[in-house]
Design a protein around this ligand. Sequence first.
Ligand SMILES: Nc1ncnc2c1ncn2[C@@H]1O[C@H](COP(=O)(O)OP(=O)(O)OP(=O)(O)O)[C@@H](O)[C@H]1O
Length: 361
Amino acid sequence: MADINLSRITKCFGDYRALNQVSLDISDGEFVALLGPSGCGKTTLLRLMAGFEEPGEGQISIGGQVVADPAKGVMVSPEDRNLGIVFQSYALWPHMSVSRNVGYPLEVRGMNRADRDRRISEALDIVALGPYADRSPAELSGGQRQRVALARCLVMEPRAVLLDEPLANLDVHLRETMQQAFLDFHRRTGATMIYVTHDQAEAMAMADRIAVMDKGHIRQMAAPETLYREPADHMVAGFVGAGSVLPITGVEVENGGTCSVKLGDTRIAARVCPKLASSGHINGQAGLCLRPEDVWVEDEAPLRGKVEDCVYLGGRFRLSVRIDDEHTLPVYANRRARVGEPVGLKVADGWVFDRLAGEVA
Ligand SMILES: Nc1ncnc2c1ncn2[C@@H]1O[C@H](COP(=O)(O)OP(=O)(O)OP(=O)(O)O)[C@@H](O)[C@H]1O
C-alpha cells in the first residue's frame, strides 16, 4: 500500500477549468473521502490519480514514485500504477462465476492455477463471499455484486483502492450495510482508500479525513468531527451536517478562542476560528454556524423567536425558529410545536468563521 501526493494539480477541458491548483496528501493506509456537489471535480481528481486523465499542470506521486508531471514529460499508464478501481457499475462478466470474475485479472497476467485459487479464496473471505464462489453475477444482490468488484480489485494487491460512488446504485438500507462492509474491508486490508461521494453522511460514516470540494478547489480537508465542529467557510458549513449559517456582524472576540455574537436582542457565546481569534476583531460580516443539537427551546431564555416549521424526525422534532427578519435557527425539540408559537431559545454552542460563500481558501 502507498501514500498518494498531489501537488498543485490543474485540469482544463477546453476553456473550462475543472480543477484549479489542487494539492492533497493522503497517507499510507488512510481512508479519504472526496466530497462535494455535482460537477465540483471529484471524479476528475480520481481519474487523474488512476491515470485515465493527464493533468495540465502539477505533479502526482504514488508511494514516492512520480506518476504524472507534464513539466517533466512523465505520464505512467493506468496499468502500471497498480491501483484498484471500483465504479458504481460493477462491470462483472455475466457469463463467468464469481470466483472466475475475481481471478480474471490474475488469469490475464498468466498466474498459475494454485496461486490464483489461493488469492481468490483470500479475497472472497475478506468480502465475506466465500460461499458464493460458484454463483453467477445474475444470482447476486447489488451489494454482493459490488463486493465481488471489491474482491476483484483486491486480488491484484493494489497500492491503493479508488472508489467512485460505489454505492450510488443501491437502496438506502443496503448502502448502510455496504458502508460497514467497506469499513471492514479497510480494517482488514489496511488499504489506502480514496472514496468519491456527494453524500456527506456516507463520507462522515467512513472516512478518516474528508476533502470537501467546490468548483475545482478543495475548500477544507479534515477529520469528519473537525469539519462538523469547525467548518472553514460557508460552503463547508452548509454542505456537511444539518445546520445553518447566519450572516452576523458585531462580533466581539474574547481571549481563549471564544467570542460574543449579537443575535436578536441578546448576545450568545460562540467559539471562533483561529484566524479571527488571533486578529482580535472582525471587520464586516462573518458567518455563524449553528447545529440544531446546540439550540433548544427554553421558555424563559432571553433569545425569542417564532416557530416557522416543525418536522417529526422519529424520537424528536426539528423546528425552524425565526428570531428576526434575517435569521432562522434550526432547533431540535422533544415536543411538537405549533407554527407561529412564540418560544425562547438557549444556544449552547456556535462557530464563527470569516469566510463567506464565493471566497476560496
Ligand atoms: N471529458 C470531459 N470533457 C469536458 N468536460 C468535462 C469532462 N469531464 C468532466 N468535465 C467537466 O468537469 C467538471 C467536473 O466534473 P467531474 O465529473 O469531476 O465532477 P463530479 O464532482 O465528479 O460530479 P458528479 O458528482 O456529478 O459525478 C464538470 O463540470 C464536468 O462537466
